[in-house]
Design a binder for this molecule. Structure first.
Ligand SMILES: C[S@@+](CC[C@H](N)C(=O)[O-])C[C@H]1O[C@@H](n2cnc3c(N)ncnc32)[C@H](O)[C@@H]1O
Length: 243
């Protein structure tokens, strides 16, 4: 399998998530051994939202992170994604009323500058055509001092269990994905796009270059999952830093 060319990528990604929307959550739970919920909880904790704050979860998919955040009933949460089928799937399960679902492109967010107290994303950056642009958009819509928190997979590092990790990613996940979702492409795309994606250190460098401060990351699941956060500086985003 060859990864789609950059100009084709958005179309391919959208149609892939449209096809697997119905089985997305189940598949996530199975292939992460249930850890996905723990990571979502950690993303929300790291977003450090004030009571009554506004959260944007971009690339929300079925809304796992946004729904996790919704357990704090004081928050105002926007869950945005460019795949309608993922949003519809998310809306079909509780909590329904507490989230504002929005169809939007992470590369052209339909929100004013300095709107949100935090912006989160789960497995978005690996899927966008331009990571830097996506980061600049997140920074633009975030208030000064807001946290930007990203969860994503990372290429496996040197590790004593590397053969086992590779077996899980390259054999078990595609096999399980085919079985559960019936979609061969999607769960071949996952290990391939992960392998081609940034390491945690590279992602941290991009976040600093985009203007974020206090960038730190944690790695989970034998370093194949990164949770990375940065803070929008007190002066807010600088127009000169935008793409
Ligand atoms: C792997 S899913 C992650 C869903 C959810 N965030 C989670 O943690 O489970 C990636 C999501 O990113 C969305 N996505 C990819 N590129 C996007 C873009 N440019 N704008 C908005 N959403 C995008 C896809 O539609 C998909 O729902």
């Amino acid at each position: 399998m060859t990864l789609p060319a950059q100009n084709e990528k958005a179309r391919v990604v959208r149609s892939m998530f449209a096809r697997i929307a119905g089985r997305y959550d189940l598949m996530n739970r199975l292939m992460t051994f249930g850890q996905d919920r723990t990571w979502q909880r950690e993303v929300v904790r790291r977003a450090a939202l004030p009571a009554g704050g506004r959260l944007l979860d971009i690339g929300c998919g079925t809304g796992g992170i946004a729904k996790m955040a919704a357990s704090d009933t004081s928050l105002r949460i926007t869950a945005a994604d460019f795949t309608l089928e993922m949003l519809q799937q998310g809306r079909s399960t509780p909590p329904r009323r507490r989230l504002a679902w929005c169809c939007a492109d992470a590369l052209a967010l339909p929100f004013a500058d300095r709107t949100f107290d935090a912006v989160t994303s789960g497995y978005l950056l690996r899927n966008v055509v331009a990571i830097e642009h996506a980061l600049h958009e997140q920074i633009r819509v975030a208030k000064p001092g807001a946290r930007i928190v990203c969860l994503d997979t990372a290429p496996p590092d040197q590790h004593i269990l590397l053969p086992l990790i590779n077996f899980h990613m390259q054999r078990v996940i595609p096999w399980l994905g085919r079985l559960v979702s019936g979609d061969r492409f999607a769960y071949n795309y996952l290990p391939q796009s992960t392998q081609a994606f940034k390491t945690a250190a590279e992602l941290a460098r991009l976040m600093r270059q985009a203007g974020l401060v206090d960038v730190v990351f944690q790695r989970r699941m034998f370093k194949t999952v990164t949770i990375i956060q940065g803070t929008v500086p007190a002066g807010g985003h600088k127009d000169s830093a935008r793409v």
